[in-house]
Ligand binder design. Structure first.
Ligand code: SF4
Ligand code: SF3
Length: 544
């Protein structure tokens, strides 16, 4: 195996024996093959469209689902991946028969074979990261592929809420096809990286409107981190539609529903507040789940990444749904109407002890762009009066690397006249520090999940307008972003597309950036890594 798609890749270069995330070589091989056949399918659909032929919308869903399934910590179930490969090949073969100019298609589009051939194909020279021999071309291709994977995750959630943007789907497929095209030069691929960012903004905007139209505009909300007396179900991941179905089905059962990790921001949507059994948030970011799922005592529903391979002590209580999966854990399927039956979790919860208290505090969430726009005048005044000197965007992911303590220390060291703008699970490094407020504006402004980084962009655009600046880089905003998996890649590419300069990315730069590609990003965008807290405080604040 060779995988370097996430920040925790072994030795900072690549997982080759097994994944730090728990991915086995067998699973890695099948995920590589799934990406390969999905690219092949995308080359076929892109060619068909060029030939003015229609492609059924279900194919868009298939591409989105396949990519989402392969992001870090989403699906560890080899059988699911094998099934997706077979389904993809079947669909692809049917479409391939309609292509007139088959000679123009890459090998991945023409390859087909039964399940008995998958292993051999997956470990052969055509499949996987190392199939691109030139390290810079490989680097660009992987950067685009990971960006498109992140975009697929957001597209998937929007699709679940009945929203789609055909241009996003078509782009994803064209981009995947172009990563197979040997005529694409480094320059062409750099342009495609930027285009990926452009569609990243579009995908996040699509999901933003899907969420708001379905559940209302998030509003400032105090969330308890304590526990109640009833047994509970813990829901984690990013899928709000799953949460809605779970809340509906738990009414009157005596079972409470708690959020975990990236589900915390759901607490700010008006539509969910009507449920009396919607309890607080339990625990922290994904990587602490081994202890937190244990002490929760009740069933846990993983709607997306990040799954940590579970301990036997609670594995029977771990359920997956959507693109998430883990072998041996019950997967809740969607029926043909898109509904899911969570009765197995509810019945189990009734037999479980209530959750054990981990803490008993409050978190303030709900600063998505509408809420921030309502506060814009107050924020602008605070900046003009000098009460707020700087905003620091610290959005992104959390992870288990010890180096991430940097983000807690950095947040603590920030001067009192700075405000942190955050989104994603990176926030758990500093959202319980009690950093206070500035004239009623909290010093940690939490816009929501990683995809809600879109809200941070919206507020930056609003401030730019309020100050009459020409571009976003003139604002008193600095970027110190933490990344882990591929959704952070699409967020980063979206920021680059918006021409945001001098983003610091940590705790390490992606291993999939070759030295030359990294230099391009440094030269054009001023991207940098992180240093020590003191060094970075000087860089960002001009003070230590
Ligand atoms: Fe390694 Fe990350 Fe790939 Fe898992 S996803 S195998 S930790 S690089
Ligand atoms: Fe976190 Fe996995 Fe990326 Fe959605 S839950 S930000 S890491």
């Amino acid at each position: 195996m060779f995988c370097y798609q996430c920040q925790e890749t072994a030795g900072g270069t690549g997982c080759t024996v097994s994944g730090v995330c728990g991915k086995t070589p067998e699973l890695a091989a099948m995920q590589d093959l799934l990406v390969y056949v999905t690219k092949g399918l995308s080359a076929v659909t892109t060619q068909l469209r060029r030939e003015n032929k229609t492609v059924d919308k279900s194919v868009n869903r298939l591409v989105t689902e396949n990519l989402f399934t392969t992001i870090t910590n989403a699906n560890f179930d080899r059988e699911v991946i094998v099934r997706q490969i077979s389904r993809t090949l079947e669909v692809k073969d049917g479409l391939l028969a309609q292509v007139e100019k088959k000679d123009e298609l890459p090998a991945a589009a023409r390859w087909s074979g039964g399940e008995s051939l998958y292993e051999e194909k997956a470990s052969g020279p055509d499949v996987g990261v190392l199939s691109s021999k030139d390290e810079d071309i490989r680097s660009f291709r992987e950067l685009i592929t990971y960006g498109v994977k992140g975009l697929a995750a957001y597209n998937y959630h929007a699709n679940q809420l009945g929203k789609e943007d055909t241009d996003v789907d078509l782009f994803m497929q064209r981009a995947l096809a172009q990563t197979l095209d040997d005529h694409m030069t480094g320059g062409n691929l750099l342009a495609l990286v930027m285009e990926t960012g452009r569609y990243g903004v579009r995908g996040m905007s699509l999901l933003d409107s899907a969420n708001r139209e379905s559940y209302g505009n998030p509003e400032i909300t105090e969330v308890s981190t304590g526990v109640r007396k009833n047994p509970g179900i813990l829901i984690s991941g990013h899928d709000l539609h799953d949460l809605e179905m779970l809340l509906d089905q738990t009414q009157g059962t005596g079972v409470d529903v708690y959020t975990h990790g990236e589900m915390l921001p759901a607490q700010a949507y008006p539509a969910f507040k009507k449920y009396e059994n919607f309890a607080g948030n339990y625990g922290n970011a994904w990587w602490q789940q081994k202890t937190e799922f244990e002490s929760f005592h009740g069933p846990v529903l993983m709607t997306t990444n990040c799954i940590v391979p579970p301990k036997d002590s609670y594995k029977n209580r771990l359920f997956t749904t959507g693109a998430a999966g883990y072998p041996g854990c019950v997967h809740i399927e969607e029926d043909k109407n898109g509904d899911k039956d969570f009765s197995a979790l509810i019945e189990m919860a009734k037999t479980c002890q209530p959750p054990e208290e981990l803490e008993n505090g409050k978190l303030v969430v709900g600063f998505a762009h509408n809420q921030l726009e309502a506060l814009a005048d107050k924020i602008v005044d605070a900046v003009k009066s000098g009460a707020i000197k700087k905003f620091v965007v610290m959005a992104g992911c959390d992870g288990r690397s010890k180096a991430r303590k940097y983000y807690t220390d950095f947040a603590k060291a920030l001067p009192d006249d700075t405000v942190i703008l955050t989104a994603g699970c990176a926030k758990y490094r500093y959202n319980k520090l009690g950093l206070g407020d500035i004239n009623g504006i909290p010093r940690v402004i939490d816009a929501g999940q990683c995809n809600d980084s879109y809200s941070l962009v919206q507020i930056a655009l609003k401030l730019k307008e309020a100050f009459g600046f020409d571009n976003l880089n003139q604002l008193p905003i600095v970027y110190n972003i933490a990344w882990y998996e591929q959704k952070a890649v699409i967020v980063l590419l979206s920021l680059l597309y918006l021409d945001i300069k001098h983003i610091h990315l940590g705790p390490t730069l992606p291993a999939f950036l070759s030295p030359n590609v990294a230099n391009v990003l440094i030269k054009y965008f001023g991207i940098a890594g992180i240093g020590t807290v003191q060094e970075d405080m000087e860089t960002f604040m001009g003070t230590s």
